[in-house]
Design a protein around this ligand. Sequence first.
Ligand code: HEM
Length: 227
Amino acid sequence: MQNFINRNYVWASLSSIFICISVLTYLVNATFAIKVSVYLGVIFLVLTMLPTNILKLNLSFLSNYKNIIITGVRFRRDAGIICGFLFATHSIMSIVYFYGFSLDFLFSKEIFLGTTALIVFLLLLVTSNLFSMKFLGKWWKELHKTLWIIIPVVLVHSIVASLAFEGEISKLGLLSFGFIMAFTIIELVIQYSKNAKIKTTYHSIYTIIGLIASVAITIFFLLSQSK
Ligand code: HEM
């Protein structure tokens, strides 16, 4: 029991606090709360993805910060779960605010990519436990790699949705998800310049696949709309 509490208290307490903050903000200003939840989530997404990958790059100028990065690696599961809950909060708030409890969002072209991202994040969230890790075996890692495909999907979703609902492109969405995508290129450049034996090519390949798929879907929707 003590083990169970030790493994889960960080994400459980922080998720509750951040969800409460988002809900309270929603009661005052719903559109702002929709942004607050998603950007708090982005902070934890970056904390989930970057420390492990930065550590692997073994960069000499970061050697003084190694302990901080290792702490980040230790808490990456907590950060991942918190970001999953915050993205789910953003999705639920958006559905309630813009679609009023109806299932219309499922057929909305503006939201299709967001719904796709939500399904993937929920899958990752429910499998973020020891039982799922043991049950899925090597497939667990494969499933969790899909995060890299979904980053560009969210980037395109943030552009399409903010244009449709606010009339302007979300700069923060562009910056935050663009930064994670740019990291995959920087990572490859560093690995090639250091002649690293193992190069992490799947990060960039997956993000390119996600980008091509989401741009193609968006163009398809635009063309079918103009007919
Ligand atoms: C069913 C699922 C989802 C729905 C209904 C939805 C809905 C929306 C809506 C309506 C907006 C425009 C809000 C505005 O500009 O005022 C938006 C923006 C955004 N969404 Fe989603 N979303 C969903 C899932 C997701 C997921 C899973 C993520 C992240 C992983 C995400 C990330 C973003 C981002 C970054 C923005 C831009 C926010 C801004 O700066 O304006 N969305 N979403």
